[in-house]
Design a protein around this ligand. Structure first.
Ligand code: GDP
Ligand code: CA
Length: 319
């Protein structure tokens, strides 16, 4: 069995490669829910949906999130009603169906892990998709905005509302101390042949997953079987603020900074060809560095990387 610790887009690409090289039934994705939010009374789980929609081939290619073939009538009405005050967080009509279903089931008392399984089944996905926790954990971002220094906002206010253009001062994971891993998470990590840390934002995607009480130690206990893929290539994130966030929070803005964060959890890290010259510095952080093309620009690239990642985990495997 393969376990993948996952955020959104980078992880979804990694998983789309993994399902090409191992049977989906043998894969469990443990997905960040720190970005989850309640919007208009609806529970939104962006990373879970990005993974589900990508693997079902339904991700909207125009936006990179939400569903293919989307229309926007509900949002148009909402903006009309509110004079534009509401509707800054865009939700397509089809996508709203997912959020209505999730919210209804949660209000009936179903845990998020159960609802997530139901949504995955609807899309015919063979792999197991687990939220990191059934408990609410909220990633809160401390920013300096135009008016207030050190203002704490929700992740979506920072990411979508402020277009992640403002410097991040600190991250707080509200609710993390009392959260439990979703049922099956610890068991899957303990039983996994390989644990893959997907190329997702180390601070706000993988960070929350590893911070759920019990998960970090469970991953560390399997360290020799854990392979990470760097989300930072030549000092940059392919998309989003991961590179700036690292620097703003005092980490090295490079694959070496990522290695320093993940060395306690993973024995091996796959770094991009572009960072070949940093392999020695990564190894100085205590990780084995495997150099490979890591940009998953299409299905072939994703499958090739997945093959490489699983090979890198085996003792004496690809180096
Ligand atoms: P989210 O979609 O906003 O939740 O973002 P993620 O948590 O997935 O993190 C975005 C990170 O994924 C960025 O640092 C990207 O560089 C990284 N990423 C996205 N696609 C790829 C890829 O194909 N290869 C690699 N190595 N990293 C990727
Ligand atoms: Ca995310």
């Amino acid at each position: 069995m393969i376990v993948a610790l996952a955020g959104g887009v980078g992880a979804a690409r990694m998983l789309s490669g993994l399902v090409e090289v191992v049977p989906p039934e043998d894969i469990t994705a443990v997905v960040n829910t720190g970005d989850d939010t309640v919007m208009h009374g609806l529970r939104i789980s962006p990373d879970l949906d990005t993974v589900t929609y990508t693997l079902s081939g339904m991700i909207n290619p125009e936006t990179g999130w939400g569903l293919r073939g989307e229309t926007w009538s509900a949002m148009t009405e909402l903006r009309q009603y509110s004079g534009g005050r509401l509707g800054w967080f865009n939700l397509g009509d089809r996508d709203l169906g997912t959020h209505l279903y999730r919210t209804s089931r949660l209000s009936e008392g179903a845990p998020l892990s159960q609802v997530t399984a139901e949504i995955a089944a609807r899309w015919g996905l063979g792999l197991q998709i687990l939220p990191m926790s059934d408990d609410r954990v909220e990633t809160r971002i401390v920013i300096d905005d135009a008016t207030v220094a050190g203002r704490e906002v929700s992740f979506q206010e920072y990411f979508v509302g402020a277009r992640h253009e403002v410097p991040v001062r600190a991250i707080r994971l509200a609710g993390i101390d009392t959260a439990s891993p979703a049922p099956g998470v610890l068991e899957a990590i303990a039983a996994a042949h390989t644990v893959v840390i997907c190329p997702s934002n180390p601070v706000v995607s993988i960070g929350p997953v590893l911070s759920v009480p019990g998960v970090g130690p469970a991953v560390s206990a399997r360290r020799s079987h854990v392979v990470a893929v760097s989300p930072i290539i030549a000092g940059r994130a392919l998309k989003g603020p991961a590179d700036r966030m690292l620097a703003e929070l005092g980490h090295d803005r490079s694959v070496v900074g990522v290695a320093r964060m993940w060395a306690p959890f993973a024995a091996t890290m796959v770094i991009d060809d572009a960072d070949r010259h940093l392999a020695g510095a990564v190894e100085a952080e205590g990780m084995r560095a495997v150099v490979a093309p890591t940009v998953m620009s299409g299905p072939e690239e994703a499958a090739a990387l997945a093959h490489m990642v699983l090979g890198a985990a085996a003792p004496g495997g690809a180096a």
